[in-house]
Write a protein that binds this ligand. Structure first.
Ligand SMILES: [Zn+2]
Ligand SMILES: [Zn+2]
Length: 418
């Protein structure tokens, strides 16, 4: 048995890991979006494809697998709905911006057709493999995958975490460790802790309340899938939903999540939030949202495009931008976070803004990553989905605790023996 890393190793983005035995399984097939789009380094011959969750760094290349093959895909029903939404949007953007992507509508349709919707803890048999998904606590439908060869003489439990969060979010229970022999684990925050969630929520809500009470606009850039739903439900819980406007793709994403209520907790709060908030449908709604005293939740989370740019240029001076997620180096969001300034090409002008950063990460922090490994109790740990520094530091830390640990690079293989 061996593992090959076609992407997402020593980096965040284009996750793609191949497990080869008599048959082979592919875990995730994503894209990395920097200045240019990067894809996994090769298209493997796989017998089945397991998709951990809908985010494009895991799903973004999956339709391209259906150029030549027609392999079955395993994932949860929210993962299907949310990745269809994001992949259709990818097609739309590429048409608008005349950029090339590695699939067409036809491949996306094949992907949807071959998708087997599987619930958590409902084992599936595929050739010699038994596959079981567990709640990863990251976004709706996100899964930790267990693969076993139950009938083989020397069965091995291979676990792929995908992106996961052990401590609970408002809409998600925390992920529980899954026993393994070989553990492939994400390392995004392997060297950093997150702030206390209750204090974070309190600070965010109070900050938003203060700005809106003073007639300002609380502008909250957020990813459409995951973060927007979490924030919507929190704004409802704290009595702020009536002054909340939602713009961009979050609407469709929220509908998909709400049609899969079994995959989240506090679903009633999200449903009420969706009913009571103001959905921005046209330019008149945008004008209304900008009157002051309002909260605007909108894409893109890192300010690289989307309706957020419309609002940024029209804020009054009491307003403030609430960044709610990690801002990648080189994005407009990162520059705003570091300098309080943002340059808007459309109007050829620089804006100075009040800005706050709130770490609503849906990934496990450092001590939870270690805790997961200890309780999963593998012999071999493979650290992926992190910067070179983080994956190396994580593997070194685990070696210090007696684990056989690796931080592979893209293109590497690891032999797992018989
Ligand atoms: Zn993710
Ligand atoms: Zn990811």
């Amino acid at each position: 048995m061996k593992l090959s890393f076609l992407g997402g190793a020593h980096e965040v983005g284009r996750s793609a890991i191949l497990l080869e035995d008599k048959r082979s399984l592919l875990f995730d097939y994503g894209v990395k979006i920097d200045d240019v789009i990067e894809y996994p380094i090769s298209t493997p011959k796989a017998d089945a494809f397991i998709l951990s969750h809908a985010h494009l760094d895991h799903s973004g290349s999956s339709p391209s697998l259906y150029n030549e093959m027609s392999l079955p895909t395993i994932g949860t029903s929210p993962t299907l709905g949310l990745s269809e939404l994001l992949l259709n949007d990818t097609i739309k953007i590429s048409r608008k911006e005349h950029t090339k992507i590695n699939f067409h509508k036809r491949q996306l349709e094949k992907f949807s057709k071959r998708f087997m919707q599987v619930g958590y803890k409902k084992p599936v048999h595929l050739g010699e493999f038994d596959i079981e998904l567990y709640d990863a606590g990251h976004i709706a439908g996100s899964a930790i995958t267990l693969v076993e060869r139950v009938k083989a003489k020397n069965n091995k439990r291979i676990v792929y975490t995908g992106d996961f969060k052990m401590s609970p979010q408002f809409l998600h229970e925390g992920a529980k460790p899954v026993r393994s022999d070989v553990l492939i684990i994400e390392s995004t925050y392997a060297t950093r802790e997150h702030p206390d969630r209750n204090k974070l929520v309190h600070d965010f809500i109070e900050g938003v309340r203060e700005v809106t009470d003073n007639g300002g606009i609380a502008l909250v850039p957020a990813f459409a899938v995951g973060r927007s739903q979490e924030l919507l439900a929190l704004l409802y819980e704290h009595g702020l939903i009536e002054r909340t406007y939602i713009d961009g793709m979050a609407r469709e994403a929220t509908e998909i999540v709400l049609s899969n209520r079994g995959f989240i907790r506090n679903a009633d709060a999200l449903a009420k939030a969706a009913n009571e908030c103001n959905w921005v449908k046209d330019i008149a709604d945008r004008r209304e949202a900008l009157q002051g005293g309002s909260i605007v939740v909108t894409t893109a989370g890192m300010l690289n495009g989307g309706p957020v740019m419309h609002y940024i240029t029209r804020l009054n001076k009491e307003s403030k931008v609430f960044l709610t997620g990690y801002q990648v180096e080189g994005t407009k969001g990162r520059r705003l976070m570091d300098t309080g300034k943002i340059y808007v090409d459309e109007v050829d002008k620089e804006f100075h803004l009040q800005v706050g950063f709130y770490d609503f990460s849906a990934h496990s922090g450092m001590s939870d990553l270690y805790k997961f490994v200890r309780e999963s109790a593998p012999n071999t740990v493979v650290c992926v989905h992190g910067s070179p520094e983080n994956t190396e530091a994580f593997a070194d830390g685990l070696k210090g605790e007696g684990f056989e640990a690796y931080a592979p690079k893209v293109g590497d293989t690891i032999d797992l023996g018989e």
